[in-house]
Design a protein around this ligand. Structure first.
Ligand code: GAP
Length: 435
């Protein structure tokens, strides 16, 4: 059974994963701030993605492009004309809704009025602002609604400087902005979010094969990082669901507490984007194959995942409640690579001698891993807190440590404890904490 939505949201707020943005001013709808634990979890998700996409491969390189680009980018990409959702307003309560997401298109979900909607109008989701001090149409620019276009417009720069031959990919992680009509479900759909996108350029006749390859690779990534396979579903889009640029798309859906919903889209974008940018910019964005002497537009396979959304799904998936000695234990069984804190160092008491050894142990560990020293409350409560935030190992310094220079290590999942010399601690943890 999926974890209860409210339980996860409460845990996220209570433990400092996610805060409502601008909370002291009453909050701003659909914007969230990541707290000390949330920022680590989000960063670990992004790092694992980068590691699998860029670090572990010869054929993919990364970039970090600007959020604000030439407005012509969004004309060429089709976003100015087509990046819209159908917006209706209820004449009774004046709430606005996305028509294609309504359970009953004739009934307002806010006030219940029937047949009260205005004609649907296509609402463009891009945020507009002005570049420079003058607010004129000539200075209008957009915040990027996807990171992908920053990759396409740098295709030739990257190909030339990284000396890449097909097939090769360009990866990017960063913020995107969409003026969503109905944001919601906590950090699932927000107006500012992070994406992890990779554009894989290949020969057109190999596109189908690479498409299937990337669907498989992405599935492995989620499962390797511990996501429950039964909570994942790969669903091919029907023809009428496809975006304006896509020849084929698979959605990676997760079983959220409210039902299946999208984590990632894997699309065959054909040569749509490179052709469009070549046409609008006048630059030659074809690829010359020195082996076959052919010049052509590469096709693109795009795995495009939401970093914030995926982080939320990992949090939900990891949450477990167990009965331990007649009490309920809440534990985040995160893969240690994703855990915000890898090791907690806990002195049994606040006595100076123990705190001194604790600090010595902590200093040994902190250059390698994110650790937390916690001296407050009873040891039982401190274990419970570490379980709840997903810390895989807790090292306890007790009075015997002062005599034998040994510490106790507790495993989050099994709750079993090992007693080992402090000098073996780094080796012990290195064996158990994969990068
Ligand atoms: N470049 C292709 C593209 O952007 P998309 O399906 O519109 O495709 C990709 O977005 C991913 O970005 C989604 O699968 C989702 O994980 C994430 N995403 C999109 N809109 C989002 C939003 N409003 N809030 C959080 N994540 C979002």
């Amino acid at each position: 059974m999926p974890a209860d939505f409210d339980t996860i949201v409460n845990l996220a707020k209570k433990r400092g994963f996610v805060f409502q943005s601008s909370e002291i001013y009453g909050g701003i709808r659909s914007a969230y701030d990541y707290g000390p634990l949330g920022v680590e979890l989000l960063r670990n998700v992004k790092d694992q993605w980068w590691r699998s996409m860029v670090q572990m491969r010869d054929d993919i390189v990364g970039i970090d492009s600007a959020v604000i680009q030439s407005p012509k980018v969004w004309v060429a990409s089709g976003h100015v004309a087509s990046f819209t959702d159908p917006l209706v307003e209820c004449r009774a309560c004046h709430n606005r809704h996305r028509l294609d997401k309504l359970e009953d298109p004739n009934q307002c979900p806010t006030c219940g009025a029937k047949d009260s909607f205005t004609e649907a109008r296509e609402f463009n989701l891009m945020f507009r602002t002005h570049m420079g001090p003058v607010e004129s149409e000539d200075n209008a620019v957009f915040l990027r609604p996807e990171t992908a276009q920053g990759i396409f417009i740098n295709f030739e720069n990257v190909r030339r400087t990284a000396r890449k031959r097909l097939p090769f990919g360009i990866a990017q992680v960063g913020k995107s902005f969409r003026n969503e009509i109905t944001p919601g479900q906590f950090v699932f759909r927000t107006r500012e979010f992070e994406q992890m996108e990779m554009e894989y350029f290949c020969r057109p006749e190999e596109a189908d094969e690479w498409f299937r390859y990337w669907v498989d690779e992405r599935k492995k990534w989620y499962i390797d990082l511990g996501m429950t396979e039964e909570n994942l579903q790969f669903r091919e889009h029907e023809q009428d669901e496809l975006s304006h640029y896509a020849a084929a798309t698979y959605d990676v859906d997760y079983r959220f507490p409210w039902g299946w919903d999208e984590l990632e889209g894997i699309a065959n974008r054909t040569d749509f984007d490179l052709r469009a940018h070549a046409e609008y910019s006048g630059e030659d964005l074809t690829y010359f194959d020195p082996q076959t002497n052919e010049r052509f537009y590469p096709y693109v396979i795009e795995p495009s995942a939401g970093a914030t959304r995926t982080t939320f799904a990992f949090l939900i998936d990891a949450y477990h409640e167990e009965e331990v000695r007649g009490e309920t234990r809440a534990v985040l069984k995160l893969d240690p690579r994703l855990s915000p804190i890898k090791v907690a160092v806990l002195p049994l008491s606040k006595k100076d001698e123990l705190v001194e050894v604790t600090n010595r142990v902590a200093d040994r560990l902190r250059s390698r891993w994110m650790i937390e020293v916690d001296v407050t409350q009873s040891i039982g409560r401190r274990y419970r807190r570490q379980d709840e935030i997903g810390t895989p190992y807790a090292v306890t310094v007790d009075f015997d440590t002062l005599d034998d220079d040994q510490v106790t290590i507790r495993d989050r999942d099994t709750m079993e404890q090992d007693r080992i010399p402090i000098e073996n601690l780094v080796a012990y943890l290195s064996d158990r904490l994969p990068v």
